[in-house]
Design a protein around this ligand. Structure first.
Ligand SMILES: NC(=O)C1=CN([C@@H]2O[C@H](COP(=O)(O)OP(=O)(O)OC[C@H]3O[C@@H](n4cnc5c(N)ncnc54)[C@H](OP(=O)(O)O)[C@@H]3O)[C@@H](O)[C@H]2O)C=CC1
Ligand SMILES: O=C(O)[C@H](O)COP(=O)(O)O
Length: 497
C-alpha cells in the first residue's frame, strides 16, 4: 500500500494532508499550506495544513477535556489500546517508511527499522507502564526523628494533563512515539507538533493511533512551521508539560515556557576517544557506523574523533578504507549516504568544510557535493581553532583531532558546550571507567559508538544537550507527578505491637 491510500486516504484532501483534531481529520481554515521538499529531488513532495492559532486553541480545549476522562480509564485498558496501536503501526510500516524516504531521505531499510522500532517502543511502554504506574509507595512517619508511628503516607503517580510533543526531523516517527506512548500510558492527553520535514510520516503514524480507537481528542496533531506556530504552542496556557527533541530551539523554548516540566533532548558533539591499546578495527567500524549512518544526521553521531598520535595514522587508514566502501546516492536505493535534509543544512555543512580547508585541515577525500548530497568526508589534523572542532555539522563530515595524552582528549570533550554522549575505545576496562567518569556526557559507551537505543535505556544530555532524561521508564515518570495521601491516626500503631 502507498502513502495516502487505502486506510490512509481519509488523512488527505486532494494533494494536501489534513491535521488531526477532536478525533477527526480536518482541513485548516487558514487556506494556507506548508510545502515539504523532497531532499533528493529538491521539489515539493507533500503539502500539509498551516494550522491557525484558533485551531490550536480548540485542539487544546478538546485535549484538556479528553484527558479528564482518560485519567479515569483503567491502566490495563490504556495499555491494551497502546498494544493495538503498536500492532497497527507495524502492519503499516511500508507506507510510513515510504514517507520517511521521500521527506527526510532516510535510506529505505533504516526507514522500515524506524517504524518497527517505534511499534516495539509503544508496546514496551505499555508493559512498563502497567508495572511502574501500578505501584506506589507506603511510608511511615516514625522513621523521621521526633515522630511516632501515627502517619501512613500513600504515594502514587498521577498524570500532568496535556503534554506537548515536538520531535525533530531525523526520527519523526520514533521520537514522536517516544513522547506519545509514555504520555498516554500515564493518563495524559497529547498534542503533537511534528517537524515540517517528516510531518507526513508522523500524520500516518497518528492515524494508526486513530485506527486503534483512542478516545476523541486524546491525541491531536497540528501542522505548520515551528517558526510560525511554535511559540503559540509552547507558551499556551493549556500545556502542562513539553517534551522536545531538536536543536538550539529547545534552549529558547526553555526560557519562554511557563512553570511546567520540560524534557529537552538537544544537540551533541559526541567525542570518540581512541587509546593506544584500542582494537583499531573495532574502533574504525564504529567510527564509520557512528559518524556516517543516516549521513551523520543523528544527535548521537560520532562528531569528533580524538585519537592518540601514536595510533592515529593506522586508525585514519582503516577508517578511510571503510569510507571508500560507503555507497552514495538516493535513499530509495538504500545508499549509505543520502542527501541531507535541506539545502540550508547542506550550505551550513559546506561552511564548516570551507573553514577547515582555509585553516589547514587534511582532507582524506575530495570534497564533493551535488544538491543536498554530500560525499562522506574525513578531516584529519583538525585543530581547536577550526569551527568543525566544536560545531555539529549534522552531515557526513567527521573531524579527527590527534592528541598526545588522554587528558587532552578529555579536556577537549569537556570544553564543549554539549554533553550528550561520548565513547572510548581501549582494552583496559579500568582506564575506560576512569575516562567515562571524567567525561562530561550523559552517557559514555565503552568500545562502541554512541547510541540512544535500546529505547528503554536512559538517555540524557548534560549542559546544552538537554534537561531531564528520556528512555521509556524515565519518560513515563517524567510525565507524572507524585500525589500523596496521608492517613493520620489518633494514636501510634505499631505492627504486631
Ligand atoms: N538529543 C537528541 O535526542 C536529538 C537532538 N537533535 C538535534 O536537533 C537538531 C536537528 O533537528 P531539527 O529538526 O533541525 O531541530 P530544530 O530544533 O530545528 O527543530 C526541532 C523541532 O522544533 C520545531 N520548532 C522549530 N521552531 C520552533 C519554535 N519556535 N517553537 C517550537 N517548536 C519549534 C521544528 O518544527 P519545524 O520543522 O516546523 O521547524 C521541529 O519540529 C540538531 O541540533 C540535533 O543535534 C536531533 C535529534 C535528537
Ligand atoms: O535523534 C537522534 O539522533 C536519536 O535520538 C539518536 O538515536 P539513535 O542513537 O538510536 O540513532
Amino acid at each position: 500500500m502507498e502513502a495516502g491510500t487505502g486506510v490512509f486516504s481519509e488523512i488527505i484532501d486532494g494533494d494536501v494532508y489534513k491535521y488531526y483534531s477532536e478525533g477527526e481529520w480536518k482541513v485548516s481554515n487558514s487556506g494556507k499550506t506548508v510545502a515539504i521538499i523532497n531532499p533528493t529531488t529538491r521539489k515539493t513532495q507533500y503539502k500539509v495544513q498551516a494550522c491557525t492559532q484558533e485551531e490550536v486553541n480548540s485542539v487544546m480545549e478538546c485535549s484538556k477535556k479528553a484527558q479528564k476522562s482518560w485519567a479515569k480509564t483503567p491502566l490495563w485498558k490504556r495499555a491494551e489500546l497502546l498494544h493495538k496501536a503498536a500492532a497497527i503501526l507495524k502492519e503499516h510500516k511500508n507506507p510510513i517508511s515510504e514517507c520517511l524516504v521521500k521527506e527526510i531521505a532516510k535510506p529505505a531499510k533504516d526507514a522500515i527499522t524506524e517504524v518497527v522500532r517505534s511499534g516495539d517502543l509503544v508496546s514496551y511502554c505499555a508493559e512498563e507502564g502497567v508495572r511502574i504506574l501500578g505501584e506506589g509507595k507506603f511510608l511511615l512517619s516514625d522513621s523521621f526523628p521526633g515522630n511516632e508511628r501515627t502517619k501512613y503516607c500513600l504515594t502514587s503517580k498521577i498524570p500532568l494533563g496535556v503534554v506537548l510533543a515536538i520531535p525533530p526531523f531525523n526520527y519523526p516517527v520514533n521520537l514522536a512515539v517516544s513522547k506519545i506512548a509514555p504520555a498516554l500510558i500515564a493518563g495524559n492527553s497529547l498534542v503533537l507538533k511534528p517537524p515540517t520535514q517528516g510531518a507526513v510520516a508522523a500524520l500516518h503514524m497518528v492515524h494508526c493511533f486513530h485506527l486503534a480507537g483512542f478516545p476523541k481528542g486524546l491525541i491531536s496533531c497540528v501542522t505548520g512551521k515551528g517558526s510560525e506556530i511554535g511559540d503559540f504552542l509552547t507558551m499556551h496556557p493549556a500545556v502542562n508539560c513539553i517534551s522536545f527533541t531538536g536543536g538550539d530551539t529547545g534552549i529558547t523554548i526553555s526560557k519562554k515556557a511557563s512553570m511546567i516540566p520540560l524534557q529537552m533532548e538537544l544537540g551533541g558533539k559526541d567525542a570518540c576517544i581512541i587509546l593506544e591499546d584500542a582494537d583499531l578495527d573495532l574502533a574504525a567500524s564504529n567510527i564509520v557506523k557512528g559518524g556516517f549512518s543516516y549521513s551523520g544526521q543523528r544527535c548521537t553521531a560520532v562528531k569528533v574523533v580524538l585519537v592518540m598520535e601514536s595510533v592515529a595514522d593506522e586508525l585514519v587508514k582503516k577508517v578511510n578504507e571503510k569510507i571508500a566502501k560507503l555507497t552514495v546516492g538516493p535513499p530509495e536505493d538504500d545508499c549509505d549516504i543520502t542527501p541531507v535534509v535541506t539545502e540550508s543544512s547542506a550550505n551550513f555543512i559546506e561552511g564548516l568544510v570551507t573553514d577547515a580547508k582555509l585553516k589547514g585541515a587534511t582532507f582524506c577525500q575530495v570534497y564533493k557535493r551535488q544538491g543536498n548530497l554530500i560525499w562522506p568526508l574525513f578531516l584529519d589534523n583538525v585543530r581547536p581553532d577550526m569551527r568543525i572542532a566544536w560545531e555539529e555539522p549534522f552531515g557526513p563530515v567527521l573531524p579527527v583531532i590527534r592528541i598526545s595524552s588522554v587528558e587532552e582528549g578529555i579536556h577537549h570533550c569537556n570544553a564543549s558546550n554539549f554533553g550528550l554522549q561520548g565513547c572510548v575505545f581501549t582494552r583496559d576496562i579500568n582506564k575506560a571507567i576512569l575516562i567515562s567518569d571524567a567525561m562530561e556526557a550523559g552517557t559514555v559507551q565503552i568500545n562502541s559508538a554512541p547510541a540512544r537505543g535500546p529505547d528503554h535505556f536512559p538517555f540524557q544530555g548534560l549542559k546544552d544537550s538537554g534537561i531531564g532524561s528520556q528512555g521509556i521508564t524515565n519518560s513515563i515518570s517524567m510525565m507524572t507527578k507524585i500525589k500523596s495521601t496521608v492517613i493520620n491516626l489518633p494514636s501510634p500503631s505499631y505492627t504486631m505491637g
